[in-house]
Ligand binder design. Structure first.
Ligand SMILES: [Fe+2]
Length: 290
């Protein structure tokens, strides 16, 4: 079965934060992103790649789910039309039909509520930023992946696969599913949980030397490190996880496996030690703070 829509990139995530100004400073001065634009009380932050934004910060009182929306790039305008049709046919709520984007940095977009109740934005024709990124201790190169908790993991995987064209790739047991949409091993992952909410957001850095510099720099700024550094089994990426000012879990990562259609999906067993090949520590409880 070929999905009617093809997501080509997990381009950005919007999150609600308690203090917009302090979070803006944290994500630019400390984490290494750059401010592209401030619009109607929202901060749009870019990484080194020239895409307009990888993170949008909304000042709002965060509830159990801090995710305002997940931004997924699709091939073209026809994909937006097909998505609206197919999602409505499946009884999912289309919040904004395909049309000119109200969010800066992209030409056309639509929004819907996924099977877990999460707001998802599909967009095409992202704006490229031409400004110099500038010197900074660590330069996140792009959004690597977003991981979300979902109440019904099989139903959620089926929707992202059958409607939006993600490939179901590895699993950790039957509690975490990795989804692929381009050469990166995974760009989205889903974790079985009681309610929809953010698990973590990962930003790619150039290499493990930049990751080490990032760990040092965050340590100097007393940013809590919650797991790592280590290397995962699924995706084979080197990682280190931290808390932002609201204790949202964020990650620097690099060396994510590059895959093509010949990749054979795997199920990683919990006892294999694969959450961290280096130390074999399981994820600490701080990974599930929220
Ligand atoms: Fe967006």
């Amino acid at each position: 079965m070929t999905a009617p829509v093809k997501v080509t990139k997990v381009g950005h995530v919007g999150i609600k934060v308690n203090d917009l100004s302090r979070h803006g400073e944290f994500y630019t001065d400390t984490w290494g992103l750059g401010l592209t634009e401030e619009d109607r009380g929202t901060l749009y932050l870019r990484a080194e790649e020239p895409t307009h934004h990888v993170l949008a910060l909304y000042e709002d009182t965060p509830d159990a789910n801090v995710v305002d929306h997940l931004g997924l790039q699709v091939r073209d305008r026809d994909d937006l039309e097909r998505a609206a049709e197919e999602l409505a046919r499946r009884g999912l709520e289309v919040l904004t039909p395909p049309g000119p984007s109200s969010e800066p940095g992209q030409t056309r977009a639509m929004r819907f509520r996924d099977v877990a109740g999460q707001v998802v934005e599909l967009y095409c024709e992202p704006e490229q930023v031409r400004d110099e990124y500038g010197p900074r201790p660590v330069k996140p190169t792009k959004l690597s992946h977003v991981v979300l908790h979902v109440p019904n993991i099989d139903e959620a995987v089926a929707m992202y696969r059958d409607v939006l064209g993600f490939r179901e790739i590895d699993w950790n047991g039957h509690w975490m599913a990795f989804l692929n949409c381009n050469a990166d091993h995974h760009s989205l992952a889903l974790v079985a949980a009681e309610e929809p909410k953010l698990h973590h957001v990962a930003f790619e850095v150039h290499d493990w030397m930049d990751l080490a510099k990032g760990i040092y720099n965050l340590g100097e700024h007393h940013v809590p490190r919650v797991w790592g550094p280590g290397r995962h089994g699924a995706g084979n990426n080197v990682f280190s996880y931290f808390w932002d000012l609201d204790k949202n879990v964020i990650e620097y990562t690099c060396e994510v496996d590059q895959v093509d259609d010949s990749y054979q999906p795997k199920v990683w067993e919990p006892a294999s030690g694969q959450p961290d090949w280096w130390c074999a520590y399981p994820p600490p409880p701080q990974m599930n703070n929220r």
